[in-house]
Design a protein around this ligand. Structure first.
Ligand code: PEP
Ligand code: MG
Length: 880
């Protein structure tokens, strides 16, 4: 297969090829070239070559260097320069570029092709000695760093020495002579670190650089990033075969004050506003902006410096958006007043910006409503649901300083000074804010663990900002008033000191840093968000319900657009202090009569709960599940608590201990729970059904449209459901008669499908069910045989070794568990054609699982209130 694709005036071979083959960067360089944008020419080595490199025991495939040589010749002819030439050398950049962008993860080498002789040639050709040696020292540094893994620090020490000698502080103030000396010093650092001289053969440099880019694909930080992204449901990133390598003719932003470099987004990635959002640095090369070394200026001020270049950039913004119909993230360089595009890609944005951009682009006629629905990543809607600070609390807040509003949201936590510390404390359940001078790709694990990120240097496109935005995590960057002492684990802000024990609050929307805990509030769901939800509802075909077991949750979910309750776990209602005592009394009772007496005391609580929930969900179905957990969960296990309970119930502590021991099971999740409880203790079922019926009657009397559905958990045989359904029907009839209720109650009776056998025999089970609801938490547990409460011990290893692609408790295992779901639906509907089927496991809120449910023909998904908007959008995306 072809390994190298050229782009330039001579030919553009990659146009219209697959992103998977050329990587995002390579494909877009070809696309930009083909629509006439000013792109320095070059070529792309495919991702297949990277795959081959690893399959080949980390060796470049045969013939690759020949293909590269040919492309170099074309490049030389097109630019009329020669690689490694003594007079006017061709220099190239070498960059990675996978099909999914991985910010800061992969490596870049600039100015490749320079050596002792060609640097002098470059100096002559550009009449700029300072520039030539600046380029050379950068090459030695990056090459040493990326290809040979030398510590950046050693180069920095050498640079500081030179600066000291010339009595300057800024890099740009070092004269040509100093940079010449610096190149010698850098070569010495290189030699000391590697035992070799800095390579003088440009083709050899190129070969090693290509290998280094391939090598970086499996660097720890790259693997970490892919793992974190995969765990969040980014399946695309898990399927990549490798990175492409882009070799491109250099242009220089560091040729003097008429040159510069910048990065930016065609729209604001924080707010979505249709305004170019970017930064540039005069007399600098690309890495200077991203690394946060000097503070760049906003592109809005670029016109003051170079009006023509600014105007051209704004025109390019339009051309790009018209071509891609998407917000773009670009890199550009101005060499002696001439603008070049170095990169474009779809710009990362948070959910708030994604929603606004999608809605605006519909208004602008760039995309359709359907495009808009498809374009916003469903899980990013969480950003729109992010908390902010209460205005009153904000006004009173103790504002310490202000940094850049790099990624919106409100974060409150204690200070953590290293990524490692942040991760550890997160695992202990603490909310931490990671405070760093600037972040680097090595910090991603800690960044992911922190509730918020604070940096003291770097701009809106620094590493911290880009990564945080991608994750929808609150970030304040470049807060220069924050002096960080990593060793002492303190920060000092305008003379005030804070330690790891202190809490601060970050406002990622304004960039403010505040002392102490500032109260947060829930977001508003109007404007563009509401508009997108309307479109989503128009295109989705599945219903969206919620898992809720209190009126408050039901109300919240309804505000988020839930169309009913798919799972009300009644056991949650038993844990409140005034109720647990009665259920405990019931568990302790030896005789049925005593159990009934205790249950009678619980009845009014249950009735009231149900009434509240039916009211909050008036007009919508509410699936109430009968008691599910094993009874031991309601008893205290510690001696002190057992003693307390004994005193309350007026029994001996030994009695409680004995009962608790009697209830002990080796595998409680496979034990006496679910419908098995109702078989042994039908009086529990009777009490719960009575409460549901009485609540429905009370609602009917108040003209509240209650639509209860009674759900029996953990059914594995049709006989269980037959017996219990009879009991439920009997109780309904008895209660209606006792209440002398004349009206009509329409109560459905159905079952959870959460045991593999229920799927296998769904045709039998369906005989007695008005509806099915897949409990995919238990179904996953029992299909894999993984205890859902104990997976923490091995699942991370399983994901790391790719035994499972993602956590199957978060995203439904479509190949395995999915077959059981498909079978359950098909067998159930073979008996009852219109059998209502839903899902109420955690997977009901996961976009990939929702897509599966849509294909499986489910009528609805049910998820936690907070995920309802995500489910609405994901269901629409699944339907389109
Ligand atoms: C399930 O098993 O998927 C379910 C929803 O029930 P629970 O999580 O309460 O066991
Ligand atoms: Mg279950």
């Amino acid at each position: 297969a072809k390994m190298v694709y050229y782009f330039g005036q001579t030919k553009t071979e990659g146009k219209g090829k697959a992103k998977a083959l050329l990587g995002g960067k390579g494909l877009n360089l070809a696309e930009m070239t083909s629509i006439g944008l000013p792109v320095p020419p070059g070529f792309t080595i495919t991702t297949e070559v990277c795959d081959g490199y690893y399959k080949n025991g980390e060796k470049l495939p045969a013939g690759l260097m020949d293909e590269i040589q040919k492309a170099v010749v074309t490049l030389e002819e097109e630019l009329d320069k020669k690689f490694g030439d003594d007079d006017n050398p061709l220099l190239v950049s070498v960059r990675s570029g996978a099909a999914v962008s991985m910010p800061g993860m992969m490596n870049t080498i600039l100015n490749l092709g320079l050596n002792d002789v060609s640097t002098e040639g470059l100096a002559k050709a550009t009449k700029n000695e300072r520039f030539a040696y600046d380029a050379y020292r950068r090459l030695i540094n990056m090459y040493g760093d990326v290809v040979k893994g030398l510590a950046h620090h050693d180069f920095e020490v050498a640079f500081d020495k030179v600066k000291k000698k010339y009595k300057v502080t800024e890099d740009t103030e070092v004269p040509a002579e100093g940079l010449k000396e610096l190149c010698e010093a850098y070569k010495a650092v290189y030699k000391k670190g590697t035992g070799e001289d800095f390579p003088q053969d440009p083709v050899f440099q190129l070969q090693l650089a290509v290998e280094a880019v391939f090598g970086s694909w499996n660097a720890d930080r790259a693997i970490s990033y892919r793992r974190i992204e995969s765990a969040k449901g980014n399946t695309e990133i898990g399927n990549l075969i490798g990175t492409a390598v882009n070799v491109q003719a250099m242009v220089y932003g560091n040729m003097g004050d008429d040159s510069g470099t910048g990065v930016g987004f065609t729209r604001d990635p924080n707010t979505g506003q249709n305004k170019f959002y970017g930064e540039f640095l005069i007399n600098a090369q690309g890495e200077d902006v991203v690394a946060g070394i000097r503070t760049p200026s906003p592109v809005s001020e670029m016109g003051k410096w170079d009006k023509a270049a600014h105007k051209e950039l704004m025109e390019i913004k339009k051309t790009l958006e018209t071509h891609y119909k998407e917000m773009q993230d670009i890199e550009f360089t101005i060499e002696k007043g001439k603008l070049f595009m170095l990169q474009t890609r779809t710009g990362k944005r948070n959910g708030i910006a994604a929603v606004k951009i999608a809605c605006d682009m519909v208004k602008e006629g760039l995309i359709t409503e359907k495009d808009a629905v498809l374009r916003v990543p469903a899980s990013d809607l969480t950003h729109c649901l992010l908390p902010s600070f209460k205005p009153t609390a904000r006004n009173a807040a103790d504002v310490l300083c202000r940094g850049l509003n790099a990624s919106p949201g409100a974060a409150v936590g204690k200070l953590a000074f290293t990524a490692h510390d942040a991760r550890e404390r997160f695992e202990l359940g603490e909310n931490v804010i990671l405070v760093r001078r600037e972040t680097s790709p090595e910090d991603v694990e800690g960044m992911s663990a922190a509730v918020g990120i604070l940096t003291s240097t770097g701009g809106a496109t620094s590493h911290a900002a880009v990564v945080a935005r991608g994750w929808g995590k609150c970030c304040v960057a470049g807060a220069s008033d924050v002096e960080i002492n990593e060793k002492a684990k303190t920060i000092v802000v305008n003379g005030r000191k804070f330690t790891a024990k202190d809490t601060i609050s970050l406002d990622g929307t304004t960039g403010e840093v505040m002392a102490g805990e500032v109260e947060t509030q829930e977001p508003k769901l109007s404007g563009d968000f509401a508009k997108l939800m309307v479109w989503a509802d128009k295109y989705r075909t599945m219903g969206i319900r919620t898992n809720a077991d209190s009126p408050a949750d039901a109300k919240r979910a309804r505000a988020f657009g839930a169309e009913g309750i798919g799972l009300c776990r009644t056991e949650h209602m038993f844990f409140e202090a005034d109720r647990i005592i009665h259920i405990r009394a019931m568990i302790l009772a030896d005789a049925e009569d005593d159990r009934r007496a205790a249950l009678k005391k619980l009845l009014p609580f249950q009735r009231k709960d149900f009434e509240g929930i039916f009211k909050a969900m008036a007009g919508c179905p509410v699936t109430v599940r009968l008691l599910d957990p094993p009874l031991h969960e309601f008893l205290p296990h510690e001696a002190a608590a057992q003693k307390e309970m004994a005193a309350e119930l007026g029994v001996k502590p030994a009695e409680i201990k004995k009962r608790s021991e009697a209830l002990h099971e080796s595998n409680p999740m496979l034990g006496h729970r679910g419908c098995r409880l109702s078989v042994t203790y039908p009086e529990i079922l009777e009490m719960q059904v009575q409460a549901i019926v009485e609540a429905s009657i009370n609602c009917a009397k108040k003209k509240i449209d209650a639509q209860p559905e009674i759900m029996i958990p953990l059914v594995g045989t049709a006989a269980e459901l037959r017996i219990l359904r009879e009991k439920v029907e009997e109780t309904i009839a008895k209660t209606v008669a006792a209440k002398k209720f004349e009206g009509k109650l329409n109560i459905l009776i159905g079952t959870m499908i959460e045991i593999p056998r229920a799927c296998l025999t769904a045709n039998e089970v369906a005989e007695y069910a008005d509806f099915f609801s897949f409990g995919t938490n238990d179904l996953t547990q029992m299909t894999f045989g993984y205890s859902r409460d104990d997976v923490g011990g091995f699942l991370p290893d399983y994901i790391e070794h790719k035994i499972v692609p993602v956590d199957p408790f978060q995203s439904l295992d479509q190949t395995g568990v999915g077959q059981l779901v498909d079978m359950g639906v098909a067998k159930g509907r073979s008996v009852k054609g219109k059998l209502k089927v839903g899902i109420c496991g955690e997977h009901g809120g996961d976009p990939a699982s929702i897509d599966f449910c849509n294909r499986a023909g489910l009528d609805y998904v049910s998820c936690s209130p907070f995920r309802v908007p995500i489910a609405r959008l994901a269901a629409a995306q699944a339907a389109l």
